[in-house]
Write a protein that binds this ligand. Structure first.
Ligand code: GDP
Ligand code: MG
Length: 163
């Protein structure tokens, strides 16, 4: 298969919202392998006639508070194995958390291409708040709103240029 892109990030940053926006849900294949750490969704996405596979990680069924960091580490390591490009989603409303730092450390050690994506930038006045995410040292930070679609086109332009 061609390019496979995985969306990683701690719970509630908006991974599934982005996945649903980028895939045609009718074509999305829900993986039937059970279990918290292996639960992931596979879909197909397309931008400017370029198709790619998309993985949504961390379909947890429990509350955020019950999720252990080790579960997220497993998800991230699986994503690193399965995908050739990683979208590292963070939340502009909460800023950098310890979970984000832990994920950034794993991604930095991997040889994979990583796009830092600051989600929930629903309005342009929030753009200035994305600057703290440059502290990860993972390169450019792409602001988007998964819920209203703002600037997702710019992210996709950069993504397919990296294939
Ligand atoms: P996941 O746990 O990372 O898969 O996150 P979800 O996609 O389930 O989203 C978590 C919450 O954030 C939900 O209430 C979403 O509606 C909300 N959310 C997702 N994307 C955005 C966004 O771009 N802007 C805002 N304001 N809320 C969002
Ligand atoms: Mg989700």
């Amino acid at each position: 298969m061609g390019n496979v892109v995985a969306i990683v990030g701690r719970p509630n940053v908006g991974k599934s919202t982005l996945f649903n926006r980028l895939t045609e849900s009718r074509d999305a294949i829900v993986d039937s392998v059970a279990g918290v750490t292996r639960d992931r969704h596979y879909g197909k996405a397309e931008w400017l006639n370029v198709e790619f596979g998309l993985i949504d990680t961390g379909g947890y069924t429990h509350n955020t508070d019950d999720i252990f960091e080790s579960e997220i580490r497993k998800q991230v390591n699986l994503a690193i194995e399965e995908a050739n490009i990683i979208l590292f989603l963070v939340d502009v409303n909460s800023g950098i958390t310890d979970f984000d730092e832990a994920i950034a450390n794993l991604l930095r050690k991997s040889k994979k291409k990583v796009f830092v994506v600051a989600n929930k930038v629903d309005t342009y006045d929030r753009i200035a708040d994305i600057h703290e995410f440059y502290k990860f040292g993972l390169g450019e930070v792409y602001p988007i709103s998964s819920s209203n679609g703002s600037q997702t086109g710019d992210l996709l332009d950069a993504l397919i240029a990296a294939f």
